[in-house]
Design a protein around this ligand. Sequence first.
Ligand code: GLA
Ligand code: ZN
Length: 691
Amino acid sequence: MTETFALTPRYPHLLHGADYNPDQWLDRPDILEKDIQLMRKAGINCVSLGIFSWAKLEPAEGEYHFEWMDRIIETLYENGIYTVLATPSGAKPAWMAQKYPEIRRVDRHGMREHQGGRHNHCYTSPIYREKVCQIDTLLAQRYASHPAVILWHLSNEFGGECYCDLCVEAFRNWLAERYGTLDALNHAWWADFWSHTYTDWSQIEPPYVNGETNVHGLNLDWKRFVSDRTRDFVRMERDCVKAVNPDIPVTINMMEDFYYGLNYFDFRDVVDVVSWDSYPHWHEGADEILPAHQTAIIHDLMRSLKDQPFLLMENTPSTTNWAAVSRVRKPRMLMLSSVQALAHGSDSVQYFQWRASRGSCEKFHSAVVGHDGTDASRTFQEVSQVGKMLQDADMLYPTQIRAQACVLFDWENMWAIDNSKGPRNAGMYYRDTVREHHRALWRQGIACDIKDSVTFEPDRYKLVIAPMLYMLRGGIEDKLRKFVEGGGTLVTTYFSAVVNETDLCFEGTVPHALCDVMGIVQDEIDALYDGMSNGIRVTDSDGLALRQSYRSTQLCALIHTTTAKTIGVYETDFYAGSPAFTVNHYGAGQAYFLATRPQEDFYTDFYTAIAEKLGLERALHAPLPDGVVAGKRCGENGDQFLFLQNYTYEAQEIPLDGGYIDLITEQPYSDRISLPPLGSAILRPASSANR
Ligand code: GLA
Ligand code: ZN
């Protein structure tokens, strides 16, 4: 575990900020002046500036205008507001797209895009790279030594792919470097199948819609290449700004839901600070547990990428403009989601955006300041309360989260599973399955890291859950073996250890190199149509408090045990009575194999029992009411902070495991606290009460 440290050394505090786009108001000094007053009122201490400012910074080729930005950075700073300075590469100016067509992306049909939108430049184009480096360097020369600038925000939400000739050429070079010879590539891709053997590098094309989409190794390598290309672009931008002043940290704002197109684990070394943009669909169901968990697991991922706190770079003060239905945030929801972010390791709450645009597609996206232009709105009031909370909670800086459990989520594994043409093309649900396992720990207030096959370190955890570990890469099989041998508890499932890292099926038994660790062999894998189910009947619970039976759906691996003991068997079909859930004692540890996909009740019972058995640390040593979640952050000096979150629409009474004091209100609680619907609190133990 790395030492705690300041994410933004020039301003080592919790950040309360917003995307600030004053380039839309440069002809309105009255508005810019009002912005500063209102920012102070809302307790804003930083803004993300210049994200889409290229056309105002360089309105014609080589003609630069920084005066407006000088003024804004300076005035903000005089008012105690720091700048997270963006590079403008996320949206290219029209003159550039017109003059240099190669910078515009080509889509999967091979069609070059017209100018418009954003996040649509070619990552390979030497011209675009040169233009970006020029503007980045000028920005750095002008501002990187200004005490107001605390962080680089490189571009915006990197993503997407380009199929232009330059990218195709780069792909071929990337492959040549990876495989060395065409023979090696043909073998790795199993290209002799259907006579798809390549006899010259120039025959290789990316998976165009009307081209080659059946070679799984190609599909997978294209995804890897796109991720790698994007990373290379990020590295280029980073190097340009760091060449001027290496001391300002850089971040990129990542996206939610295990953003499909980029393997974020590979970006951990090119950024100093991890940050992400969170837009949950609140207020869709009877409670907020599911959207809260979807957010929680990404917070955990972001913390785990660099094993350090991260920033919540964007979240919406109320509605978005892009959801099918945009509900306003109900009272207390903004505070609750802000406390949640802190609970998982965020050192900031930042918004998109400060002031609502008057026109174009984001005019109805909520902002801290709406079209009324005042502080009168409910949204402004709630944002100000979060600002006040962050000021009071500044003693959290620097603290961190220590997890004894880890869930493996691997991007390359996901890409390969989704492309497997396997037992259920109707949906394998890898991400959902990962979430289900994680959610059972989250609901108990047990901290959990998210690692991939490469970043997982066997010595750190007591419990490791590796759902659907279809692809073995990064030596994960050896790490998991070592982990179990050394006394760890491993949980894995059907569809594990099936292929190597180019998606070739292993010869021999499945789960390939883990058969002895799991003590089972998979003979077949049956898939169920939607609406069908089987079940697990518990025959010998091995000391775990389990019910007699659990329903399961979608996939049923038919396995036989070698050294494992059967905990539960299938309930129906011709394989009724054969093992569905097993445990193997291996070395000093144990390995559970779940052969089918159960429902939430199973995960709840199983992970409650496992947590008990392993003595996993919980944030609160008292039973949590359903829908109440607890998190904990610790300081080097022994400080502890407890975060309580009520994701239900009922008031909740929460028993405490000792005396606590509310960090914000200073109110003491001896043995219980009640939270209103959607309520939250940050508490510190009464015994460490000095502030
Ligand atoms: C993303 C972008 C922002 C804005 C918001 C709207 O997160 O980074 O520029 O468009 O979405 O929700
Ligand atoms: Zn391209």
